[in-house]
Design a protein around this ligand. Sequence first.
Ligand code: NAI
Ligand code: OAA
Length: 260
Amino acid sequence: MKKIMLIGYGAMAQAVIERLPAGVALGWIVAREPHHAHIRNRFGGRVTPLRSPQACEAAPDLVLECASQQAVAEYGADVLARGWHLAVISTGALADAALEQRIEAARRKGGGRLTLLSGALAGMDGLAAAKEGGLERVTYRSRKSPASWRGSYAETLIDLGGVQDAQIFFEGSAREAARLFPANANVAATVALGGVGMDDTRVQLMVDPQTKRNTHTLHVEGGFGEFHLELSGLPLASNPKTSALAALSAVRACRELAQQ
Ligand SMILES: NC(=O)C1=CN([C@@H]2O[C@H](COP(=O)(O)OP(=O)(O)OC[C@H]3O[C@@H](n4cnc5c(N)ncnc54)[C@H](O)[C@@H]3O)[C@@H](O)[C@H]2O)C=CC1
Ligand SMILES: O=C([O-])CC(=O)C(=O)O
């Protein structure tokens, strides 16, 4: 039986817990203090709530970050320095160049493994293959409902309550998008890391009052030709910012672990 540690106890973590594949057990959850009593009541002694991964005395087979960019900054380097396998969903944390270097240095020194989950988007395999032939232009667009952008930096750029038609409210690099929209634009960073990098990946963020979906559009041009991919994902009921597919990409990482 493989044993995993979850970081985060929000919408995505719940979706992962509900779908944990056979052969994988949840051993630890790194969560904010107010969640600890709930975790103890729900799982009894089977799952230990922790304040940080450092508090874990055993070695998990996988540490699955489903929390925030801040959690990657707080715990990522330490997990890798211990030689553990860390799978990250909040990939936008790596838009901070200093943090990216710290994480890479810890991985090298400790021998840990870092997996970037594909998250809410598909096509990362095709992007990686296209990169082998040279990439010329990579553009990523995210289109979500006003509810999905609520509580984000979008509120300072556009009146989410008054918008009548679909509108682009942000255009910039993946680095800017991932840092300004930490709960909404991790996919921009994932695309950047798999393609032409944080500064050359063009990003557009759009609000659409007519949609209830999170629609991700990826356009790639290069020596291989051109591809255009559009993925219209359903958000999690408990968090409209987060697509169900992002949680499922974390479940897939658990299934791969079970098969090892
Ligand atoms: N790569 C991708 O495609 C996607 C990535 N994400 C990332 O996944 C994250 C989680 O998404 P949801 O579960 O929907 O968000 P959520 O807001 O429902 O839950 C986040 C949970 O993590 C906890 N948390 C945050 N920082 C923490 C820390 N430093 N230590 C301990 N606990 C911490 C919060 O208390 C909360 O329980 C998002 O914030 C975003 O960074 C979300 C959607 C797609
Ligand atoms: O789940 C999504 O649709 C995308 C998302 O929030 C992110 O990239 O951070």
